[in-house]
Design a protein around this ligand. Structure first.
Ligand code: BT5
Length: 275
């Protein structure tokens, strides 16, 4: 089903390939696609909606006035140029796999990008970066748990598609498909990501899904093998990024012991096989 969300929705927008989106959704758990012209944050909208609807769904906004990153940070994007999308999910997996929703979406995006010739990696925990462009960030992911009678998860993704509109304005440390020479339409990117995310959620649901995702994450990691700094809430940890656990934790060896980190920001200090 394809619907409008609020009165300012532009679902009638002729540029949105609703037929194609519906076709793609038909093969997935997502029962509904909602498009909205402007909102604060698509994640915040779905967190509110989680108690009102039981279906899993996809929400896309043309513009966010308060796009959220992790830990109170901001996700920036000009109107209509990039993909701003959130998914509402009902976990069919055990709670210990919840953290893996972020890596499932990240790997889905990396797999999709490879189909259009873009080699991308996952910078733990939630960034998609382009190694050939000094690890500039093309996409970020934010997952939020919504407690209630039935647990729900909202996972949002921003993908830089056609940013910047002209050659001279560009986001610092960010890169887009357009900057990589790929003039893509955000709706094409959306359908590709939905298909690939659904596949990864299928993997997550398998009994050995955590192990499979761990291996895939390590194989597509921009973090493992590097000397890193991890900024956590109470301290900075310096060491070698050694491993990712089946729960999605980063394992860092600080020279004395291996530490498992569930939340933090990674700064790559020295890359493996470089310098
Ligand atoms: C993220 O946070 O990367 C998660 C971003 C999730 C955004 C989506 S958009 C749809 C959905 N609705 C929302 O409200 N959010 C989600 P974090 O790891 O904290 O990174 C945030 C940092 O990335 C910022 O502090 C900037 O440095 C940088 N940044 C902001 N906008 C960017 C962009 N468009 N491209 C690359 N980097 C960006």
């Amino acid at each position: 089903m394809v619907t409008r969300m609020e009165s300012n929705s532009h679902t009638e927008d002729k540029n949105i390939p609703l037929k194609k989106i519906k076709q793609v959704l038909d093969g997935t758990r997502f029962k509904e696609f909602i498009h909205i012209e402007e909102t604060g944050s698509t994640n915040a909208d779905l967190v509110l909606k989680a108690s009102q609807v039981s279906d899993d769904l996809v929400l896309v906004a043309d513009h966010q006035t308060a796009g959220k990153g992790r830990l109170g940070r901001v996700w920036e994007s000009p109107e209509r140029l990039n993909l701003l999308c959130s998914f509402l999910l009902t976990p069919k997996w055990s709670k210990d796999k919840d953290l893996l929703v972020t890596s499932s979406l990240a790997l889905g995006v990396v797999n999709y990008l490879s189909t259009i010739g873009v080699s991308a990696l996952v910078k733990w925990p939630n960034d998609i970066v382009i190694p050939e462009s000094k690890d500039k960030k093309i996409s970020g992911i934010l997952a939020e748990q919504v407690s209630g009678e039935i647990e729900r998860i909202v996972v949002g993704i921003g993908v830089n598609v056609s940013w910047p509109p002209s050659d001279d304005e560009g986001p610092e440390d960010a890169i887009s498909l357009k900057m990589l020479g790929l003039p893509f339409d955000r709706w094409v990117v959306l359908t590709g990501i939905i298909e690939n995310f659904e596949k990864q959620l299928g993997v997550l649901e398998e009994s050995n899904g955590s192990a499979t995702l761990r291996q895939e994450h390590i194989a597509h990691s921009a973090t493992i093998g590097n000397e890193i700094k991890v900024e956590t809430a109470n301290r900075n940890i310096f060491g070698l990024a050694k491993d990712i656990t089946e729960e999605g934790f980063l394992v860092v060896s600080d020279g004395r012991q291996d530490l498992q980190i569930s939340v933090g920001d990674v700064v790559n200090l020295r890359k493996n096989n470089q310098d």
